[in-house]
Design a protein around this ligand. Structure first.
Ligand SMILES: Nc1ncnc2c1ncn2[C@@H]1O[C@H](COP(=O)(O)OP(=O)(O)OP(=O)(O)O)[C@@H](O)[C@H]1O
Ligand SMILES: [Mg+2]
Length: 280
């Protein structure tokens, strides 16, 4: 399963077929399914779920306020989109339909936030569960209404969420099951970015599988009459390769050459994969 959680997807154009919104078999590859996760859809689903829970709770507690205001405040926070996406990734993994899952996550701080969030989420859920338990026992003590016999769906939801978060954390921090790979170019900015990321990931005990260097110009193609522009870029790349060896010694998994065209169909993808997995 090759899934993209990046809101700006490129899998469909890469594969030359529509893989948006649902897992789709890739033509010509019997063992490859691709899936651009529909961020909008995921968010709507999460919003509806939360709306139902809040509406139920307000009714349960006899509070005469519209659920909408609460839903807005629960879903307007900037992490909501990421947490909805994170839940989507977790669901996909725990459905356990595929042998291997490859997620292309957004190049921003997303990935780390997603994972750091599982810790925060767990704390939050624990707190919520605790206060639900306290509320329930108070309610039992104080109320003789038949409402107390009603099962508390919020509690069920929270317990389920806690279990899923716990499982996700176990899975994502188990280095025999999960690895994160960082793709960089032999250039200053992307090197600085992944250096920072790798540090953060280590902080969260998230297993780092290594670094892949992309778009290295083949030095052997540089001749006497090669334009200065190319010569300069090769020299620049060579310098940055030094940094890469210094910073990521022992973690560089592959170096991919800059190819003569874009990588934009399955044949090119296959070629990249062969280069990626080539010995040495
Ligand atoms: N080794 C390569 N040789 C030639 N073209 C390449 C190579 N690697 C990537 N490209 C091309 O560069 C462009 C950007 O690649 P890609 O989409 O993988 O980058 P990205 O880092 O994932 O971008 P984004 O940050 O938008 O997700 C694409 O058009 C792709 O075909
Ligand atoms: Mg990308």
């Amino acid at each position: 399963m090759l899934a993209s959680t990046n809101p700006v997807h490129s899998l469909s154009s890469l594969l030359g077929q529509d893989v948006f919104g649902k897992p789709t078999m890739v033509k010509g590859f019997p063992n490859l399914t691709a899936y651009e996760i529909d961020t909008h859809d995921t968010i709507e689903k999460s919003k509806n779920e939360i709306r139902e829970k809040i509406a139920w709770f307000l009714k349960f507690a006899d509070i005469k306020t519209k659920a909408d205001e609460f839903v807005e405040s629960a879903t307007m926070n900037p992490a909501f989109e990421e947490s909805a996406m994170f839940e989507n990734m977790i669901d996909l993994m725990f459905d356990d339909e595929y042998e291997v899952y490859v997620f292309d996550t957004a190049p921003t701080a997303n990935a780390r936030r997603l994972l750091g969030m599982s810790s925060v989420y767990e704390m939050w859920v624990n707190k919520m569960v605790q206060s639900r338990e306290e509320a329930a026992s108070l309610k039992d003590l104080l109320s003789y209404s038949k409402k107390k016999k009603e099962k508390d769906p919020l509690m069920g939801y929270l317990l389920n969420l806690r279990e899923r978060m716990h499982n996700a954390k176990e899975l994502l921090t188990d280095d025999s099951l999960t690895s994160f790979f960082f793709v960089t170019l032999p250039e200053a900015l992307p090197i600085a970015v992944i250096t920072r990321f790798i540090g953060w990931f280590k902080e969260f005990n998230i297993p780092v599988g290594g670094v892949i260097v992309n778009m290295l110009i083949d030095k052997d193609s540089v001749k006497q009459d090669t334009p200065d522009f190319v010569k300069n870029r090769v020299a620049m790349q060579e310098e940055h390769m030094q940094t890469i060896w210094n910073e990521f010694d022992g973690q560089v998994r592959a170096i991919l050459p800059l190819l003569e065209t874009e990588v934009c169909d399955t044949a090119m993808l296959k070629r990249m994969a062969d280069l990626l997995f080539a010995e040495n």
